[in-house]
Each structure stands twice: as C-alpha cells, then as structure tokens.
Design a protein around this ligand. Structure first.
Ligand code: SF4
Length: 458
C-alpha cells in the first residue's frame, strides 16, 4: 500500500530510511559462523533478536537454523550480560556439545558495552570451556553497517582466533568466498579440485545449509571448515579473497598476522570475474586449467552469443549487497545490457567508486547509491522505467507495482525454494544466470506480444 504513494519527486533525506536494502549485522555473523564445522552461533542479547535472525536465515535456506541466545532480561540490560553469557557457555557445552561457540553481539549488548573478549577469557579461566573446545566472538552492532559488515567481522575473527603460522609452508591456498550461497561455495571447491589445488575455504556453508535429506536429523551436519583447517590457514601460500566488503578484512588480517599474501578479487559472478578468478588460481599455484573448465567457459561464451541480441540495450535496476552487485553489474554490461539504477543498503564509498569504473563508459547516465533504500530505487523507476528488476524478495513489491519482470537474486529470498542449491558463480553459475535473464525477458515479450506476432520459434 505504501508503495502506491511513492512519488517520483526525490527529496534529500538524511535521517530517514524507507524500505531498507539491507538487514542487521548479526544475521551475517550467524551465517558466517554456520560455515564452521560443529559450530553453534550464539546471540549475545535478547531473545527477540535471535529469533529474528534465525527465522530470516531459516526462511532463505529452508533449513532449521540452530543458534543460542544469552536471553537478556531487564536485569542484564541494566547490569550487563556477563553472568548470562558465562552461564550460556556452560549450558551449551553441556547440552549441545558443539566444537565451537561463535558469539556475536546485538544492539543492546553493544550499547551496554559488554566486553566479550574479557568474558570469554573469564569463562576459560573458570573452566567453563572444555578441553579442545573453542569460543570466539565478533562485535556486530547493528546501528552501523549491515548484515554484510557482520559477516565480514565474523570471518575476520576466524583469522584472529585460529590462524597460526609455523615454519612449515603448506602447498595450499586460502579462499575466502564472501557471502555466497552454499552451492556457490561447493562450486568454488569443484573448480579448485578440478585444477588439483588444495584449499582452505572459509567459511564453508556447503553441506551445512544445503545438506541432503537423509530422514535422520543431524544437529551438526557434515559440512563446514574445521578448526584444524582454519589453524593451517596461516601456513598457506596465499589467500584469494572474494569481495572487498565481505572478505578483504579477513585477508588483510591474515597477512598482518601470519604474512600470507592475498589477492583481492570480485566474487566470480559472470564471465570476466570468473576469468579473473581462474587466472589468479593459475598464477598463484601454477596449476593448469583443465579442459573441463575451458569447455565450460566455451559453452558459456556460445550461449552468450546466442542470447546477446535479446539482452542488448535492456534497462536493468538492481538492489542488493555490494560484493554481489559489482560483478553482476559488470556481467550485465558484458551482455550489452544497461544497468541504469543500482542501490545497496550497505554503506561504503568504495561501492560507488567500483560502479563508476564499470559504468562510466558503458552507461554514463547510470545512478548508483550506497547506503540507499528500496524507496529511492522505486522513485528512480517511477521517473523512467526499466525492462528488468533484479533483487531480493523485497523487490517483488516494486516489480508488481510497476509491472516489471523480476529476477530474485541475493539475500534474503523468502518466497522461493531451491536458490541455495544451485550456483551463481563460475561458468556453470553464469550459464544459470543467463537462462534466468533470458527467460524473464522473453516471458514478458511472449505475454505482451499481439496474436499475429506471437512466435513459436524465437
Ligand atoms: S537491529 Fe539490533 S535490536 Fe534489531 S534485531 Fe538486529 S541486533 Fe536486534
């Protein structure tokens, strides 16, 4: 209903966000933590926060998300949450027996100022953390940043807590995949395995959040990076970090802590970003690119050639997370499309700089906004419409109101199933994206065409 009142008159807004294009930090921290084997995420705050984070992840991944909470009441809000967290740590190890508890904060515990590192040290000193078990943490105040920031903070702290360097350098590389679907992480591992490269990929939610149905509930599914693997990341030859917003802070921390050089790339979404990923894998390890991968690339190029005439000049609006939007926009430009409006709710000037590099020549009048909202995107569309909208589930209201074909992409997708089981990255993921793009455009063309021009063959 609110959308019907959206006007095309844009007014400067500093202290008002309408329909945010982001969600809160702890959701990202919780998702990252689930990428560690036998990890139980723990929300240090009130129960409502934890319920919201769990339900959003559960709805997107269609898996039951397990997480614990310090369960703040009025007392903890006034006196601090140390007692609650100490008791939680004790109870969790006794009842749920995880290998690791990953604590993230919430707005409330951040405002109180709880010192989580000190509380974990006290838990250790008091013997509440059993031998061989770990507790890590990340600060995730949700009044700054977004779910992307929370994800990055937790991944960085995996390095701060676990990575070690010894004199032994290992024939392996680290890959920090960024916030991608479990199927994307699996696809990255398939590509590196095909090249014969040993990797430590962290976090790794494949086989955690896309685990097969076996008829038997497993509280801790088989997937996830293990703590011993994380510890060896300090002895790897190099790190490839995918996404400046989600992965670069961890890569920098690993370089500073263990002197592991890093290569910062985009998430391999689309042809050229995947080319850079494969080329860097080759450059860093010397591994040859097998025919299997070369053939996949060739197929993708062939499909682009067949489809390109339908993509050319199509105007596209996008909303989502910066690390995904940057390579996706580049991909659309490669296809001859016109990404004209791009919004992310995550703050960071670097997003607009990267977009300007990609769009200045190809789409000089494109509009791009970091720390923007869906309301602004809708206003731009009201001013001049587009042929396609790409974004998470919340975009469907704009698509319906403006009668625009819509492709669900990013996080969260709450009204469809299956997205977390199929990759968007690599050449295989690129082919999947191409099919979705073309179907959206041609389905619209079919539904709008006159009877005499309704063609059987395109
Ligand atoms: S924004 Fe803050 S208070 Fe709201 S759910 Fe997230 S952490 Fe909790």
């Amino acid at each position: 209903m609110l959308l019907r009142h959206t006007t095309d008159k844009i007014q400067e807004r500093k202290a008002l966000v309408v329909n945010p294009a982001k969600t809160c930090q702890p959701i990202g921290a919780m998702y990252a933590a689930l990428g560690i084997h036998r990890c139980l995420p723990h929300s240090h705050g009130s129960q409502g926060c934890c319920s919201y984070h769990r339900s959003t992840l559960t709805r997107h991944y269609r898996e039951p998300i397990m997480a614990a909470t310090s369960s703040f009441t009025e007392g903890s809000s006034v006196f601090g949450g140390q007692a609650n967290l100490l008791e939680s740590i004790s109870n969790i190890f006794t009842v749920y027996d995880p290998d690791i508890i990953a604590v993230h904060t919430t707005c409330l515990s951040e405002t109180i100022g709880d010192d989580i590192a000190q509380i974990i040290a006290k838990a250790q000193a008091d013997g509440k953390i059993p031998e061989g078990k770990s507790v890590i943490h990340a600060n995730t105040p949700s009044y700054v940043g977004s779910h992307v920031t929370g994800f990055a903070n937790m991944v960085k702290n995996m390095v701060m807590y676990f990575s070690k360097s010894s004199d032994l350098k290992r024939e392996q590389i680290n890959i920090i995949p960024g916030w991608v679907e479990p199927a994307d992480m699996r696809e990255m591992k398939r590509l590196t395995t095909a090249m014969g490269i040993k990797t430590v990929l962290f976090p790794d939610t494949s086989d955690v959040l896309d685990a097969p149905q076996t008829g038997r509930h497993q509280f801790y599914p088989k997937g996830g990076v293990t703590i011993p693997q994380l510890q060896t990341s300090g002895d790897s030859k190099a790190t490839i970090s995918l996404g400046e917003f989600t992965s670069l802070p961890a890569a920098k921390a690993l370089d500073a802590k263990c002197k592991v050089p890093f290569h910062s790339l985009d998430i391999p979404i689309g042809l050229t970003a995947t080319d850079r990923f494969i080329q860097t894998l080759h450059d860093v390890t010397g591994a040859a690119v097998p025919d299997e991968i070369t053939d996949e690339r060739g197929k993708m190029v062939d499909i682009i050639t067949d489809m390109q005439q339908y993509f050319y000049g199509k105007r596209v609006a996008l909303a989502g997370d910066p690390d995904q939007l940057i390579p996706l926009t580049e991909f659309l430009v490669t296809l001859g499309m016109q990404p004209v409006y791009i919004v992310t709710g995550t703050p960071g000037k670097r997003f607009e700089e990267r977009m300007s590099e990609i769009l200045t020549d190809a789409v000089p009048d494109a509009k791009c906004k970091q720390a923007g909202d869906m309301f602004l995107l809708h206003q731009w569309i009201k001013q001049e419409s587009v042929d396609l909208l790409i974004g998470n589930t919340y975009g469907k209201y704009i698509a319906r109101d403006e009668d625009i074909p819509f492709i669900r992409f990013g996080f969260p997708i709450l009204d469809r199933v299956g997205h977390s089981y199929l990759p968007n990255v690599g050449y295989a993921g690129g082919i999947r994206l191409l099919e979705k793009l073309l179907n959206a455009i041609l389905d619209r063309q079919d539904s709008m065409s006159l009877e005499e021009s309704f063609e059987l063959v395109m």
